[in-house]
Design a protein around this ligand. Structure first.
Ligand code: LLP
Length: 401
């Protein structure tokens, strides 16, 4: 059990705490669910891009799913092998494509016909061959929050089946492109199996139809998206998830690539803050804490539910848990049952390990929190708290008297 009070005393608040042992367990559960085939767990760096987190998974053999060249650089810096790195995203710049090819990563995941042309041109300029996959948009409703749903034709991601086929045939005839993989990712925080199975079936059929043209793909990249329990969601077991996918691949000799983010990191993370004040009016009780929407945006942005924990016991009443930022949208929870709290009591926001710190900002000139890893009973800093000097460093030299 993590001793939050001790960590708060030692490192101050607000503070992100990550349980690296929990991350290990989640990684192993998912990896072993796919053991019937060769597989690479390409950790979705965006979910928690701290170098130590990436390195933790890399040490267990993980690859990395990246969506900017910055993430590719992070992955390399953290020790991920280039041949396990995938670079996705609808808007890669020329400079990013060039660097990805030069870094000799596993493949660039192409998301449009225009992008395929650019990758070919850039590879030609470099005198190289670029390994690619095509992101297929299977037009399947993943039944998740609209902001994190990606596999419908109304979403900007990937290309439709006919376009994908055309791109593969083109790539197969190019001296500078080597089509090695196929990719789909229908959304995040998935809690239903049917959409995953359906998408997998559609994409597996496309792989079969390409074999007719002597095009043998090697990697079947199923994206990420496996949901976790924030509240009382019924989640998918790794075994059932793997079986739903593997069941669609009969007769195909493919290495599975999986891009888990949230499943590995969300419930490993806690956002720890302190009570500054309480105040009440005739309608509401507000608990004002030292963390804010700039630290954890999910409640404000998606109305996301995060369980809140305190170290106090006793009778509870409803309260809004809010931060110091000057926005009414700056809240962690509304009408949440909390015991009576005093100045400096801890308020701990759970399931904060994915899309927490990384979506943070410096809004209201607030420095980002410190990040701590807990592993085998020991804690260590993995990112220092940002200081005011850090925040103004890139502006100060331009300041005119
Ligand atoms: N692969 C691709 C191509 C993705 O777009 C994503 C997430 C993942 C893998 C990892 O998905 P995961 O396993 O973590 O569900 N900020 C939102 C989530 C955005 C997800 C974006 N893509 C949130 O806080 O819920």
């Amino acid at each position: 059990m993590i001793n939050f009070q001790e960590l708060a005393d030692q490192y101050q608040t607000p503070l992100y705490v990550y349980d690296f042992d929990y991350m290990t367990e989640q990684y192993e559960a998912l990896k072993s669910a796919f053991k019937a085939r060769k597989s690479i767990m390409a950790y979705a760096v965006k979910s928690n891009s701290n170098l130590s987190t990436i390195a933790h998974f890399a040490k267990m053999g993980a690859g990395a799913d990246c969506v900017s060249i910055g993430e590719v650089r992070r992955a390399l810096l953290a020790g991920v092998k280039p041949y396990k790195i995938i670079f996705s995203g609808v808007g890669k710049s020329d400079a990013e494509i060039k660097e990805a090819i030069e870094s000799d990563i596993l493949y660039i995941n192409v998301e449009s016909a225009a992008e395929l042309d650019r990758v070919e041109m850039i590879a030609q300029d470099l005198g190289k061959v670029s390994r690619i996959s095509v992101r297929v948009n299977p037009n399947i409703d993943p039944k998740t929050h609209p902001y994190i749903s990606t596999g419908l034709h109304g979403n900007k991601f990937g290309v439709d089946l006919n376009t994908a086929k055309r791109l593969y045939l083109k790539a197969n005839n190019s001296e500078h492109l080597d089509p090695v993989g196929i990719h789909f990712h229908i959304g995040s925080q998935l809690t239903e199996l049917d959409p995953i199975r359906e998408a997998s079936e559609i994409v597996a059929d496309l792989v079969r139809s390409l074999q007719v043209f002597n095009l043998e793909l090697k990697f079947f990249d199923v994206g990420g998206g496996l949901g976790i329990r924030y509240d009382d969601e019924k989640t998918i077991e790794p075994h059932d998830y793997a079986q739903a996918i593997l069941g669609t691949l009969s007769g195909l000799d493919l290495t599975i690539i999986c891009e888990p983010g949230r499943f590995l990191t969300a419930n490993a993370g806690y956002f720890v803050s302190k009570v500054l004040y309480e105040k009440k009016n005739d309608e509401k009780r507000f608990v004002i804490i030292d963390g804010a929407m700039n630290d954890l945006l999910r409640p404000s942005l998606y109305s996301a539910y995060h369980e809140i924990m305190t170290l106090k016991e006793g009778a509870t009443t409803k309260a809004d848990i809010v931060g110091p930022v000057c926005e009414s949208g700056d809240f962690f929870a509304k009408d949440y049952e909390l015991p009576e709290l005093n100045h400096n009591d801890l308020v701990i926001v759970k399931s904060a390990g994915a899309y927490g710190f990384g979506m943070g900002s410096n809004y209201n000139t607030r420095g980002r929190s410190c990040e701590i890893a807990v592993q085998a009973g020991e804690s260590r800093i993995i990112r220092a708290r940002e200081t005011f000097e850090d925040l103004v460093a890139l502006e100060k030299e331009y300041l005119r008297a």
